[in-house]
Design a protein around this ligand. Structure first.
Ligand SMILES: [Zn+2]
Length: 503
């Protein structure tokens, strides 16, 4: 793609942004109107001058299928600046939703999270990621005049690890009176398969992201990152965050990576390195399953503890890295399948890191989905491909009730429909959460840095916020942020993609 076209895309993004500012500035009062017009002019001028910033060279974005595709390239500071600048509208929208979730569940204020980010996380973040995070704050400020600084961005990047891992550990240590009921989240359904399990004998990988809808509706970025150092990456992500974080990504050296979290995980190491930084580093620098494991173990802080599902298309090998804090286990094979739905299976990890987890209770979401994965994958041994994977990510069979019913136990989760919620994650009855998007790829696609992705429930159903809030007033606090989550079409993305003509 020529620099000229990139500039046109970047400019059309700017003009669109300016138009929105004008609309937002409308009011009935003439004096206010004049003031708004002035503000809008200032904002437009700021954007125009920032758009000439040399750090933006090569970066562009476009929207497709409900996703925002962002191509970032260059040194760490430039990657960050491009991220903050191009995705400024999405970061400005996501920050209040994410930070409100963090403060609401923990009953800690934002100052607490900023301080934790600055004192505990920041000193152990590699220089290149410090520069990238700083760049995000600068790009965002240049575009919008936002007063969020780098510690706001770092705290936001840690939204999966601080509220549900660090805070419960801290509450226990401080013997806090009446601490809030915080549980490590159960995010995602996924599998990775190879050898005689797949149609072409090569690797197939698939994942749907489970989270609360408030965050999930905003988890709609496709990051194509071409860093100065390390491998090129194509991954999904949430605006403002440097790791995929749900996680699904492929790199140019052949690694294909996803994960599901370990339910009821307990533990934190305050001297460890932030999980989001390790996960990003592993996708950027690992060229093998061993290298991936090594990076994730280096400075393991226990935050956002996952069962990582990894494929290496160079060797056709797949692996599962169950990454506890006190214990971990790596399984690997060139002929097999690993599935994940938020359960741990290594006896040592269960005993030491997730002592409350009961693998035998078939009624819970993780175990019910585990049973469904085993059934579906066994039935389709030798046939697994991306098309089948897409169907499986939208599957609605409840293995416990043995019937079709989209609920908290199905691979495509709809917890909002369930009066049971998911107690082991502290998700109450009808909690507005579940599968919010899905992705799949195979070795052939990964070689060309391609994958397919669908925004919204992978089954194609649309979540509607208004009737939900009317029926479930317990969640009224989400009203300012919770919105409809329409399902988009399955859409293919590839690194270096030239955007379709904008209309
Ligand atoms: Zn569904």
């Amino acid at each position: 793609m020529s620099d000229g076209i990139r500039r046109i895309v970047a400019l059309s993004v700017l003009l669109l942004g300016t138009g929105l500012l004008w609309v937002a500035g409308r009011s009935n009062n003439d004096a206010e109107n004049a003031k708004s017009d002035q503000d809008a002019t200032l904002a437009a001028n700021r954007e125009r001058s920032a758009s000439n910033d040399p750090r933006l060279k090569g970066a562009y974005r476009y929207e497709q299928g409900g996703w925002v595709y962002a191509h970032l390239e260059g040194d760490p500071a430039s990657l960050g600046f491009q991220h903050g600048f191009l995705l400024a509208p999405e970061i400005s929208d996501a920050f209040p939703a994410i930070s409100t979730n963090m403060t609401h569940s923990t009953k800690r204020d934002w100052t607490f999270f900023r301080q934790t980010a600055r004192e505990m996380l920041w000193p152990k973040i590699d220089t290149e990621y410090q520069q990238e995070l700083q760049g995000i704050a600068e790009g965002l400020n240049a575009r919008t005049g936002s007063n969020l600084d780098v510690y706001d961005i770092v705290a936001m990047n840690a939204f999966e690890e601080l509220p549900d891992y660090y805070v419960p550990w801290l509450n226990k240590r401080e013997k806090a009176a009446n601490p809030p009921n915080l549980k490590s989240p159960g995010n995602c359904s996924a599998f990775v398969a190879t050898g005689s399990w797949t149609k072409d004998g090569k690797i197939v990988i698939a994942h749907n992201n489970w989270t609360n809808y408030m965050n999930g509706e905003r988890w709609r970025i496709i990051f194509d990152i071409e860093p100065k150092n390390g491998y090129r990456m194509l991954m999904d992500g949430i605006p403002g965050v440097i790791a995929s974080d749900d996680d699904f990504g492929i790199n140019s050296d052949g690694l294909m990576v996803t994960e599901t979290t370990i339910s009821q995980f307990e533990g934190w190491d305050p001297n460890g390195k932030a999980e989001f930084a390790r996960a990003r580093k592993a996708l950027q620098y690992a060229g093998s399953i061993d290298e991936y494991t090594k990076i994730m173990l280096d400075g393991n802080n226990g935050g956002y503890a996952n069962d990582w599902l990894i494929g290496d298309r160079k060797t056709n090998e797949v692996a599962q890295l169950e990454l506890g804090l006190k214990a971990y286990k790596l399984w690997r094979t060139k002929d097999g399948v690993f599935a994940g739905s938020n359960w741990a299976r290594d006896p040592k990890v269960i005993k030491q890191d997730t002592p409350q987890f009961d693998p035998n209770n078939l009624e819970t979401s993780p175990n019910a989905r585990r049973a469904r994965w085993e059934q579906l994958l066994n039935e389709n041994k030798g046939k697994l491909d991306v098309e089948l994977a897409k169907q499986m990510l939208g599957d609605h069979f409840d293995s416990f009730q043995k019937k079709e019913e989209a609920n908290e136990r199905t691979l495509c989760g709809h917890v909002d429909t369930s009066p049971r919620g998911v107690a082991i994650w502290a998700w109450g009855p009808n909690y507005p959460g579940g599968a919010v998007q899905g992705k799949a790829s195979d070795s052939t696609m990964a070689q060309q840095l391609r994958f397919v992705a669908r925004m919204g429930h992978p089954c194609g159903e649309t979540f509607q916020a208004k009737p939900f809030l009317a029926a479930h007033p317990d969640y009224a606090w989400q009203e300012p942020y919770l919105r409809d989550m329409p399902a988009g079409p399955w859409t293919e993305f590839h690194a270096g993609e030239i955007p379709a003509p904008q209309h």
